[in-house]
Design a protein around this ligand. Structure first.
Ligand code: RIB
Length: 299
């Protein structure tokens, strides 16, 4: 195994809408599709589709949604030995997708609240190179696992999504921070006129870690103490659904990092290519491309 993803698994109830409802408003749509999702599970599948072995460590309930939530991970041989069954219901997200492919999401955490750092044994930690964390499971459990992973010599990739709290203790152990524009501004405190490059440099210096800010169709900016900040362009694509694009970016970045022979620029470029392709298909997990699709698209 090369990568551990510690995080959430959900069933996404995907609802196409013409516009997002305003407070007090009801919007009708014809149908919905229950599909596997959750930032952690999406990122684990992205690692696997990038061609790198991965263990997903999470929790699901004892309900029918559990099968749906883990279906693609099981089907594609993601390691699930450390994923547990909880008494709470499987996590569930209502994912509204508008005609531009933008989304608006509400997550009911359920079983994700029971994910614990001790599910990851020392043996599992020691047999991996990269740990991926996000913020849909307990803040304290992320910090505790991050501390053990740092001591065990793993590279820690933190996707600060959703940006609900700033995990200062965990950031101290983070090697690579991945945030979108909103999350970057949240972390830095409101700095209205600062450029994304300046923001990435500020975060990289403040937290002493490589920082990648994803910018949707504009690609990403990357800063680290080792070289000048740089941008990576995204290829133009026809956007159908942006759900899971950030997870694809994070999973591919972690997978490329785990191979230990690529530069930061190469890892960021591969992650950007994969995330762009993910936007061309509906669904968080069904949209994640395989490594050969990314290579083919690069031409
Ligand atoms: O990042 C997209 C994911 O966020 C969805 O799959 C949904 O489950 C929420 O966790």
């Amino acid at each position: 195994m090369s990568v551990i993803v510690f995080g959430s698994a959900n069933v996404d109830l995907v609802m196409p809408v013409s516009t997002f409802p305003m407070p007090g408003e009801t919007v009708l749509t014809q149908s919905y599709h229950p599909v596997p999702g959750g930032k952690g599970a999406n990122q684990a599948l992205a690692v696997k589709r990038a061609g790198v072995p991965v263990n997903f460590v999470g929790a699901v309930g004892k309900d029918h949604f559990a099968d749906c939530a883990l279906s693609l991970l099981r089907g594609e041989a993601v390691g699930l030995e450390a994923t547990i069954v909880s008494d709470r219901p499987t996590g569930c997200a209502v994912v509204m997708v508008d005609t531009e492919g933008e989304n608006s999401i509400v997550v009911a955490s359920g079983a994700n609240l029971d994910v614990r750092a001790h599910q990851v044994s020392d043996a599992l930690l020691q047999s991996n190179r990269v740990l991926v964390l996000q913020q849909e499971v307990s803040f304290e459990e992320n910090e505790s696992l991050g501390c053990r992973a740092q001591q065990a010599g793993l590279k820690i990739v933190l996707n600060l999504a959703p940006a609900t709290r700033i995990p200062e203790g965990l950031l101290a152990n983070t090697d690579f921070l991945i945030v979108n524009e909103v999350e970057a501004k949240f972390l830095a405190g409101a700095q209205p006129h600062v450029s994304m490059t300046e923001l990435a440099e500020h975060l990289a210096n403040t937290y002493d870690c490589g920082t990648l800010i994803t910018l949707g169709p504009a690609g990403c900016v990357v800063a680290s103490g080792d070289e000048h900040a740089f941008g990576v362009d995204a290829p133009g694509v026809e956007v159908v659904d942006t759900t899971g694009a950030g997870d694809t970016f994070t999973g591919y970045f972690a997978a490329l990092l785990a191979q230990e022979r690529l530069s930061l620029r190469q890892c960021a470029a591969g992650a950007t290519q994969a995330a762009s392709l993910a936007c061309t298909r509906m669904g968080a997990q069904s949209g994640i491309p395989y490594a050969q699709d990314v290579l083919r698209a690069k031409g």
